[in-house]
Ligand binder design. Sequence first.
Ligand SMILES: NC(=O)c1ccc[n+]([C@@H]2O[C@H](COP(=O)([O-])OP(=O)(O)OC[C@H]3O[C@@H](n4cnc5c(N)ncnc54)[C@H](OP(=O)(O)O)[C@@H]3O)[C@@H](O)[C@H]2O)c1
Length: 264
Amino acid sequence: MIGTMGFDVAGKRVLITGASSGIGAALAEGFAERGATVGICARRADRLADVLARCQAHVPTSRSWVVDLAEPEQVDRLAARAVDELGGVDVLVNNAGIPLRRHVTRLDPAAVERAIAVNYLSPVRLTLALLPHLISRPSARIVNVSSISATLSSPGEAAYDASKAALTAFSEAMAVDLWETAVEVLVVYPGLIDTELFAVPDNDPVATDMAPLPVGDLVTAVFDALDRGTHQVYVPDWFQEIAAGKAANVDGYLAGAAQYLRER
Ligand SMILES: NC(=O)c1ccc[n+]([C@@H]2O[C@H](COP(=O)([O-])OP(=O)(O)OC[C@H]3O[C@@H](n4cnc5c(N)ncnc54)[C@H](OP(=O)(O)O)[C@@H]3O)[C@@H](O)[C@H]2O)c1
């Protein structure tokens, strides 16, 4: 469907993955503050409980489930429980993700497979499980949290970049497949947002000196994008120009990226 303006979040039922910290936790609170019933999931039960308490202060019927999304059967069970226990799902936010900052010469196939499983296969599986239900709703949204790495192919993160590029391509093709339905798709491209993603062990340091943005900036941008009915949002927005510049001159972009790493 061509971007429908003015998506009203109040009263909607929203399933958000990876909501025990960072972007997912902030989005969950944002939806609850706006009057949505939220269903949140992640692996860390204690952190999830804290976020749930903050959401329930706004909407007491909000729920949480402790889930490892790397396990396909847990993804399927989550989809069924969310529909049953929330009384339906109008918005699916595929946010859970893991970093994999590792030079390509030190990458091993098992780490690559895990990044693809959590960052790509799991959101796709959850989407497919919920799609018939979402299509049956009067108005629904799928929000997929990708990364600027999907379009900028950040060095030192080849496998992570690929997992997010796959999610982006899937999301855009799905948006067109669903054009005549009431399900719209939004792809979110965070740049550098201040979260625990950069403290996950067994990852190289971040290869930029850029200061991270507060997570609140991303939340504001996502709700603005939902309201405008656009299909993509970059945070910060100027990353969209960098992505366009790269697409117009890949040779120049790759040489520039190598020079930046050499000189920093
Ligand atoms: N921060 C940034 O600058 C940035 C940039 C680009 C893209 N992103 C994307 O934004 C999303 C959110 O990340 P964040 O920055 O908010 O980092 P974060 O604070 O580390 O959040 C990641 C979330 O994903 C959950 N998660 C990870 N593996 C999981 C699994 N197997 N099963 C269930 N939940 C799992 C984590 O919960 P548990 O550990 O409790 O399971 C946590 O709630 C990710 O997809 C990330 O790739 C972030």
